[in-house]
Design a protein around this ligand. Sequence first.
Ligand SMILES: Cc1cc2nc3c(=O)[nH]c(=O)nc-3n(C[C@H](O)[C@H](O)[C@H](O)COP(=O)(O)OP(=O)(O)OC[C@H]3O[C@@H](n4cnc5c(N)ncnc54)[C@H](O)[C@@H]3O)c2cc1C
Length: 286
Amino acid sequence: MQVPSHVEYERAASLEHALSLLTRPETRVLAGGHSLIPMMKLRLAQPELLVDINGLTELAYIRRDGDKLRIGALARHADLLDSAVAGECFPIFHDAERVVADPIVRLWGTIGGSLCQADPSEDLSAVFAAVRATAVIRGQAGNRTVPVREFHLGPYETVIGPGELLAEIRVPVRPATGSAYEKVSRRVGDWSIAAAGVVLTLNGKKIQEAGIGLTAVGAEHFVAAEAEDFLGGRAPDEDTFRQAAAIAAEHCHPVADQRGPEDFKRHLVAELTARALRRAAERAAS
Ligand SMILES: Cc1cc2nc3c(=O)[nH]c(=O)nc-3n(C[C@H](O)[C@H](O)[C@H](O)COP(=O)(O)OP(=O)(O)OC[C@H]3O[C@@H](n4cnc5c(N)ncnc54)[C@H](O)[C@@H]3O)c2cc1C
């Protein structure tokens, strides 16, 4: 099946307009459309109404506000890749965006759409989990905030309810912090076989806090929590990194599919986590 079923379309004229339309049953936000439209063509999604938010340019921004980086849900992948302030605070964003899809998808696909799609292979879900971001969800009654680590309820499912949309993602900016993302895919522009994102905050010669996000390997909430706990308070050296990477590989839940068998994916998790830890530590120290 390559033809979507009947659907109504409304272009939101304002945020309030979008929120009022979203209270109708079987309604979906249309952002870049790069995930939703293919799913509609396959009839995996059959909304009755699409609310196009592409006119809501007030949701398309990336800026630093004190100790927070604020990313509007309608910012595109290409905007994040081009953003100097995002790259300075968190090189992990540029590492990841260089390997998300291809330039056309990056020009249309939005940061909000990536998170809301909740695909287990979505690179940015692991990245925003690693940086311990907060999602700002807007409804007619106002804003509510949810840690990105609690935003995804499972594959293709988030905490966003009827009448709500994702408005912003906030990331705490801390000193002495380095970050990196490492991905392996079958070819350029493809989804991850496996990927690892790391954020390290150092306190002198010790790791104060670690964030590790894993892509496409069944990590709960995209997080390698046991490896993060192991790293806290330890020296950022090769032995520590190797042990943490082995813990991350042990505790994730990859499944065999066309991208490879389970043991291969666990091997990738260990190797990519170790590489990302090394690069994040170098960046934190520089
Ligand atoms: C060829 C191809 C290759 C790709 N490769 C990769 C890859 O390597 N890595 C990767 O991570 N991704 C990849 N993607 C996916 C892509 O990055 C994102 O899934 C896509 O950009 C989603 O963003 P969108 O704006 O297009 O969302 P849409 O398709 O418009 O929406 C996706 C879902 O999110 C909902 N939604 C969107 N915005 C909001 C909002 N603000 N509030 C509430 N709900 C919202 C929609 O209702 C829908 O359910 C690829 C996509 C394609 C087509």
